[in-house]
Design a protein around this ligand. Structure first.
Ligand code: C2E
Ligand code: MG
Ligand code: MG
Length: 763
């Protein structure tokens, strides 16, 4: 690369010199030439264009090389892992897999088939099934039965986390598999070890067997710990016997909960340890006052001489092994951007902590947080600023940590914080407010002074769930219920549980419904008040279940809006609405504007304009025949991004309506700042217009102001001729409501439009 760059610089210098010399010669020969200035200008301009072209070429090569070397690094890391591992990009295309996985799947790593055959073969599918792969790979702690050869199976648990986002914005996911076969082998090894240990049921023999490692015996009756000399040297703690407190004072603060839990079990349920060898891995301050990892492999023994129960076992320094695993740990368990634990680590530590809470009667707060409008920073200030913000957020989390707690980045702009419950019910709220304050302060000067805040949901463990995973889900659910307002803080309540169950069932059903094509569109006509002609149709989604029952959108859209399912639904609605509009145009029906509804989640997707443009192009539908209905709550959420997104849509040529105007914190100022082309007065206005003069005044003022801005108005929910007449008097342009037509199937809509050509009612 350097050589290429030097060549370009060399070429630049030579080319400039040559051009300059040629111009000087020309100037001497034609002293009074009129076009000398033009010649100079043109020559340098041409040269500049050639150079710019060369630099672009060079820059592209540099970028490509960087990307390739980044991918190589990731592949290398995956290859070095001893556990089965796969690397995916964010389209869930398999980018690499390692030898360990090939061994498990009985594949030859040197002769791997192409991805289209490899992936189905790996997962025992007929062909690539994206949804199933997503399920296997992205579901946390998913146990997956792996087909091996013709008739055998291996069980693997996959843990997946995002490990890297490259300059192109492609995120790579690393899935690390725990082969349950290995765990079974380990178990049998442990069993044979414990048999040997059981055979040597007295202190001397035990000591002899394990002379090369530290020994620790715990006498239950006296609560005394007897360390071997070697162990005293290892830990740097002398004395023939220690108290549990002596040892505890040396334990790493993050491992204290685990230590206490084992002490508690030894005290109250030692029987649990009688027949099984246990392994406890802890960081303890060593002789050099540095924390080192020690593994204590122990079991409880009944001494033969009637001397009561002792716990005995070996202590080995496993710091080296831990160090060896550090790189693997780092990519598997550490978030690459913020260098704090990632979701995998959070789940692992959370599960351990959950067990501790049960045994020790302590509790923890589990807080999940989401930076509001994070995409805005990414979109407008660039990835580098986005990453900087994530790192700042991680720093804020670290500052709030207390003993035994920890923070993690779960995904994107999602973070979790685990805090010891001190009995103060207000603790989560206080801590979150702290973080919000610090975040707001970050915005000043940095991040273009955009106001920054975060929303949070929290739950308590063990009270709020039967596992750590469930507590997390509950905290995440609390977050999602409060997410409409930025800066919201929502605690999980029992009542939320039923909603979660109901919604998760509905979500599953809806996912299947999408696959089975059970969604369809109904259309409701929009009528011009003056002429009574159909000028538009609103496409309204319906779910027709296999048994024929129709589910209204109000029942499933809000649930879908909490998940990425809404984007699939919207994509379907836009494509189908454009297809249908074009079909009717081809059949020679009058020109009609087709409206579709869009949710906040769709609207903020980066690719929303591509989806719209794609649907228009595929159906060759001119953009002016498509209208997108957005609610004002959406504009409220993020005014800057809303404006820029709407402008992009307007540039495409589609129309935009403000739906349900008047239901939220309506503000006429939106009409000034947002490029709407239509304003839809909500049904509530129409309902109260007849008997409420104030409502009439409001409608009249809104219509007037909209008109002055060149925005047309439509009233929704018109049910009586009186309402239509009144709206006409107030200057409203269009109406939509049961008075004219309910939402109906495509077939009925077509018949309605045909009838409307000849029979029109004008009120
Ligand atoms: P919306 O966009 O405000 O749609 C108008 C709703 O008002 C429709 O209900 C329609 O049937 C109902 N409506 C129309 N005229 C009258 C009337 O004269 N009287 C009464 N009482 N009701 C009337 P629908 O189809 O149940 O849709 C409800 C909401 O569901 C929609 O409200 C919209 O917010 C959402 N929705 C529907 N389809 C979609 C979709 O494809 N995508 C998204 N994101 N949301 C959708
Ligand atoms: Mg609508
Ligand atoms: Mg509406």
């Amino acid at each position: 690369m350097k050589r290429l760059r030097n060549r370009i610089i060399y070429f630049t210098m030579v080319a400039f010199s040559v051009v300059t010399v040629l111009i000087i010669i020309y100037a001497f020969r034609h002293r009074d030439a009129d076009d000398l200035v033009y010649l100079i200008f043109n020559s340098y301009a041409l040269l500049a264009v050639i150079l710019a072209f060369l630099f672009v070429l060079y820059w592209q090569r540099v970028r490509r090389k960087r990307l390739i070397s980044e991918q190589k690094r990731l592949r290398h890391l995956v290859g070095n892992l001893t556990a089965p591992a796969m690397l995916w990009d964010d389209d869930l295309t398999l980018a690499a897999l390692n030898d360990a996985l090939c061994r498990v799947a009985e594949l030859d790593p040197k002769a791997l088939p192409p991805a289209e055959q490899l992936v189905p073969r790996l997962f025992g599918m007929e062909r690539i099934d994206d949804a199933a792969i997503r399920d296997i790979v992205l579901t946390k702690n998913h146990e997956y039965v792996f087909p091996v050869g013709e008739d055998r199976q291996r069980s693997i648990i996959w843990n997946t986390s995002a490990v890297h986002t490259d300059e192109e914005g492609v995120t790579y996911f690393l899935s690390i598999g725990v082969d349950l076969e290995n765990i079974r082998l380990m178990e049998s090894e442990l069993r044979s070890y414990s048999k040997r240990l059981a055979a040597s049921e007295n202190r001397n023999m035990l000591t002899m067997e394990l002379t090369d490692v530290g020994i620790l015996l715990i006498e239950l009756k006296s609560r005394k710990l007897f360390p071997s000399e070697k162990l005293q040297r290892m830990i740097g703690l002398s004395g023939e016997h220690w108290t549990p407190e002596d040892l505890r004072s040396r334990v790493y603060p993050m491992d204290l909960a685990l230590f206490d839990r084992h002490v508690q079990i030894i005290r109250s349920h030692v029987a649990d340890y009688m027949n099984k060898t246990q392994v406890l891995e802890l960081r303890v301050s060593g002789a050099d006052n540095r924390y080192r990892w020690y593994s204590y492999r122990f079991k409880a023994l009944q001494l033969a001489d009637g001397g009561g129960i002792v716990i005995g076992g070996s202590v080995i320094d496993i710091s080296k092994e831990k160090e060896k695993d550090a790189q693997i740990e780092q990519i598997a368990y550490e978030d690459a951007v913020t260098a704090i634990p990632n979701r995998n680590k959070l789940m692992m530590m959370g599960q351990e902590l959950y067990l501790c809470t049960r045994d020790l009667a302590v509790s923890y707060w589990v807080i999940v947080m989401d930076i509001d409008r994070f995409h805005l920073i990414n979109d407008t200030c660039g990835y580098a600023s986005g990453n900087e913000l994530l790192r700042s957020f991680a720093d804020c989390l670290k500052q709030e940590l207390t003993e035994g707690g920890f923070g993690a980045r779960i995904s994107g702009d999602n973070f979790a914080l685990i805090l010891r419950d001190t009995g103060d019910e207000k603790l989560p709220e206080t801590v979150i407010r702290h973080i919000q304050k610090k975040l707001a302060a970050q915005a000043v000067g940095k991040f273009e002074n955009r106001s920054l805040t975060c929303s949070a949901g929290y739950a308590r463990m063990p009270q709020d769930g039967s596992s750590f995973e469930q507590v997390m889900e509950h905290a995440e659910f609390a977050l999602s219920t409060g997410k409409y307002a930025s800066g919201s803080i929502t605690g999980y309540t029992e009542e939320m549980h039923d909603t979660i169950i109901r919604e998760s069932n509905l979500e599953k059903e809806l996912r299947a419904a999408l696959e089975r094509n059970e969604l369809l569109l109904y259309y409701q006509p929009k009528i011009a008040l003056e002429s009574g002609a159909v000028t538009g149709l609103e496409a309204l989604v319906r779910w027709r279940k296999a048994d024929g029952t129709m589910v209204p959108p109000e029942e499933f859209i809000p649930v879908a809006e909490r998940t990425p399912l809404i984007m699939q639904i919207t994509r379907f609605v836009i494509r189908e609405a454009c297809r249908q509009a074009k079909e009717w145009q081809k059949k020679g029906l009058p020109e009609i504007v087709m409206s579709v509804n869009m949710s906040g989640m769709d609207f903020y997707q980066d690719n929303v304009c591509n989806v719209v443009a794609g649907a228009l192009k595929k159906n060759t539908l001119p953009p002016r025949f498509l209208e997108i209905e957005l609610t004002e709550s959406l504009a409220l959420k993020d005014i800057d991004l809303t404006v820029s997104r709407m402008k992009q849509l307007r540039i495409l040529g589609v129309q935009i309506a403000m739906d349900d105007f008047g239901t939220g914190y309506s503000s006429l100022s939106y009409l000034r700042s947002l490029p709407f082309t239509m304003l839809k007065l909500d049904r509530s206005f129409v309902m109260h217009m007849a008997d409420d003069l104030v409502v009439q005044e409001i409608v009249s003022a809104v219509v007037r102001i909209a008109k002055a801005k060149g925005i047309r108005t439509i009233a929704e929910g018109v049910e009586t001729p009186e309402q239509a007449q009144q709206l006409r008097l107030l200057g409203c342009d269009y109406v939509q409501g049961f008075l004219y037509g309910k939402p109906m199937s495509a077939e009925d809509t077509e018949a309605f439009i045909r009838r409307n050509r000849t029979e029109r009612k004008v009120y």
